[in-house]
Design a protein around this ligand. Structure first.
Ligand code: B12
Ligand code: SF4
Length: 662
């Protein structure tokens, strides 16, 4: 090959595909909630290839596209590929089974323009790990000229890019039996430009380890990433976190390890994070995934909390011992659940359990009873419900394929909130009903109120915000919170090939009622959450004391409050409770509004609710005279505005007045 004839620029587009909704539109939101760690990892690997100059003099350009929050710029990619001296390579990354259909359509479209396309992630890795042959949907892509990559590529990415640059890619690469050592692997990159598309731009991800020692039958991880936990070096992790904190302001992480408690280096990592926090004032908070027995590991829970862990996700799966047996997860002992939850709550860490519905012994009634038990007896702060899904890469899937068991031929439904196979007991929609009822019961006003009343004040807003996101996703948008974000976008022109493309008016006829229903639901939800807040908002000892002092200083708290007055109230409160810290002037200015709002609120808006309902009923009966009471209407509207303003101010400000940890 004549190297001089090769393009001088290689534009690498790392694209994380989304999935289709039931109407064939790509699931995309104006703002996302959870950034993709796979994108961050491949970004890190690509920058490393560039830094090392592994491709020689080639100008390597990297572009990140997460289709969950951005449109895939097909035209720009094609233009880049056609520019003289340039080649575009599209890497469809982290493609899960439920994203495979969308990824395949994108791959075919790009191949139609002659663009080089590679595709990797859990679907192809799972399929190729458990079956010796190549499944038809993968073969179809190979036939279309797409390169399939199974397994982890830390040690192969430079070679793959070199082959792509030279136009020498093979149809398929299998790296499943070459699990890379992660000790000094290139780190995932937290990209500020990418994070701007998310609700919190201070949110980073890193996989501190990969692999899991357990052996659950529905799990794909063990067959792709292995049963031995491989980890990054604690020094590398801590240096990454320190750098991201200082240079990019990233102070919250999702450590995406499937079981951080089984990372052999957990203690060194947590010790280093404690040191960062306590000696360098680099205060990072993070969430982790752990197993049920994690609380029994000596020192684990305490160290995690001290290191900044604020949330744990626990793969509880079911509270029903029969279902735990069905899940092939004997390490989950139902008798441990309550102790586990208490242990984490004790150290102020919020708990979130993963709960699967649809094990063979589950029935509509048993699921309802089990969810009640989960709420009343186990009492986690949050639950995510999943429908049992035969995910490619799991033993369950392999066994079903080999037994010829029926399952959906459309992988788009393998997202854990669609029925993707028949259930032996729950038929004719009963499984979906049981699933939706689980969400509605757990996120009912009564249960959310019970949780918020028991939550530590430091976690109050964290839990309340998550409740809002979860309830809005599952019950207003009708999708799993893990794939939703804020404000759904439906691009008229990007529709699944089996669906007809709608005209502008037909699309508007679809979207306007949808947006109306969504907005109405969002308003209802906001009112529900205002009530929840009024009934449960906790006041720290500091807040109560500062308010008392303010009331002593002046009767009317509705007049505007000066920062100097607030400071005096703090100083007086400090003389009664020495632990109170007097916040800086800037912080006082920021909290002034919430202090005022909070001091004016009552404990409920139920009287307002009844008032508006009565008014509406009268208007419906044609009694327009009801509007003549405009003085009451105006007063009540003003109260609504005040409550809403107070709620949003408090939501934005965090939970309480600065309280020195009290
Ligand atoms: C973090 C995470 C999430 C996060 C964020 C997603 C993300 N990717 O960051 C959130 C919470 C949003 C999420 C949601 C869901 N997830 Co998830 N998630 C994970 C988790 C725990 C870690 C992902 C990760 O960072 N891995 C580390 C990276 C580096 O590994 P990797 O993605 O495999 O990438 C490597 C290689 O595969 C390869 N590679 C990947 N792509 C490409 C592309 C090319 C071209 C090349 C060359 C190489 C390559 O290179 C990478 C570096 O070596 C994985 C389990 C796991 N251990 O991976 C599950 C996992 C991917 N999720 C899964 C599922 C099913 C879901 C959900 C449907 C909900 C659910 N039931 O759990 C939703 C769907 C959301 C959606 N539509 O995206 C499954 C997918 C299984 C499957 N066959 O589809 C997994 C495997 C867990 C499981 N339950 O079995 N998830
Ligand atoms: S489901 Fe969780 S605990 Fe079970 S093998 Fe998979 S990663 Fe490990």
């Amino acid at each position: 090959m004549n190297v001089d004839s090769l393009p001088q620029t290689l534009s690498v587009f790392l694209v994380k595909p989304s999935k289709y909704d039931d109407d064939g539109y790509v699931v995309r939101h104006w703002r996302g909630v959870l950034p993709s760690n796979t994108l961050a990892c491949l970004h890190g690997l690509t920058e490393e290839v560039k830094r090392r100059g592994s491709l020689g003099e080639v100008d390597l350009q990297v572009h990140l596209v997460d289709e969950a929050v951005a449109k895939v710029p097909v035209r720009a990619i094609v233009r880049a590929d056609r520019r003289p001296g340039e080649r575009a390579v599209v890497a469809l990354v982290g493609v899960q089974t439920n994203q495979f259909c969308r990824a395949a359509d994108l791959a075919r479209e790009l191949r139609g323009y002659g663009v080089t396309v590679l595709l990797g992630g859990f679907h192809v890795s799972g399929m190729l790990s458990l079956f010796s042959g190549i499944s038809p949907e993968i073969q179809e892509l190979i036939d279309a000229g797409v390169t399939i990559v199974a397994g982890e590529v830390e040690e192969h990415w430079a070679d793959l890019l070199r082959a792509a640059h030279r136009g020498e890619l093979q149809p398929i690469y299998r790296y499943l039996d070459q699990l890379p050592d992660l000790k000094d692997a290139p780190r995932p990159i937290v990209d500020k430009g990418y994070l701007r598309r998310f609700v919190s731009s201070n949110f980073g991800t890193i996989d501190t380890s990969r692999g899991c020692p357990f052996n659950c039958s529905f799990c794909t991880i063990i067959n792709v990433q292995g049963r031995k936990s491989r980890h990054r070096s604690p020094e590398c992790i801590v240096e990454t976190l320190r750098q991201n904190y200082r240079e990019r302001g990233v102070d919250f992480y999702f450590f995406t390890d499937d079981d951080f408690a089984r990372n052999p280096a957990w203690e060194e990592i947590l010790d280093a994070l404690i040191e960062l926090r306590e000696k360098e004032a680099v205060s990072i908070e993070f969430m982790i995934q752990v197993d049920v027995a994690s609380y029994k590991i000596p020192g684990f829970v305490e160290k995690a909390a001290r290191a900044g862990c604020s949330n744990v996700f626990i793969g509880m799966e079911s509270i029903n011992p029969e279902s735990i047996k069905d899940a092939g997860k004997p390490q989950n002992k139902v008798a441990d659940y309550r102790n586990l939850i208490d242990a984490w709550h004790e150290v102020k860490v919020s708990t979130h359990v993963g709960y699967i519905i649809g094990f063979p012994h589950d029935s509509e009634q048993s699921v309802a009873t089990d969810v009640e038990k989960l709420m009343k007896e186990v009492r986690p702060h949050r639950a995510s419900f999943f429908m049992l899904t035969p995910l490619p890469g799991s033993r369950d899937h392999k066994n079903m394929v080999e037994a010829g068991a029926p399952m959906d031929s459309d992988y788009n439904t393998f997202d854990s909130f669609h029925e993707s196979m028949p259930h032996p007991l729950m038929k004719d929609g009963a499984w979906s009903r049981a699933y939706h009822r689980a969400w509605a019961t757990f996120y009912s006003f009564e249960n959310m109120k019970a949780v918020l009343e028991g939550v530590h004040p430091d976690r109050y807003w964290d839990v309340l915000r998550n409740f809002y996101w979860y309830k809005s996703s599952a019950l207003n948008e009708g999708a799993h919170p893990m794939i939703t974000g804020f404000f759904r976008i439906k691009d008229r022109k990007t529709r699944r090939p089996a669906f007809r493309r709608e005209g502008v008016f037909a699309h508007a006829r679809r979207r306007i009622p949808e947006i109306y229903r969504y907005t109405r639901g969002a308003i209802r939800l906001t009112l529900e959450f205002e009530e929840l807040w009024l009934q449960t908002r906790t006041r720290s000892e500091t807040e109560v004391r500062v308010h008392e002092e303010l009331r002593r200083m002046r009767e009317d708290l509705s007049r505007s409050l000066r920062v100097s007055e607030l400071r005096t109230a703090y100083l007086r409160a400090k003389s009664a409770i020495p632990g109170i810290e007097v916040p800086s002037r800037l912080r006082l200015m920021k909290t002034k509004l919430s202090v005022l709002q909070a001091s004016r609120l009552r404990e409920t808006r139920s009287d307002l609710h009844s008032f508006w309902n009565r008014l509406r009923a009268r208007l419906r009966q044609g009694r327009v005279d009801a509007l003549l009471r405009f003085d009451r209407i105006a007063l009540n509207a003003l109260r609504e505005v005040r409550i809403t303003a107070g709620f949003f101010v408090a939501l934005a400000a965090g939970n309480r007045l600065p309280s020195a940890g009290r």
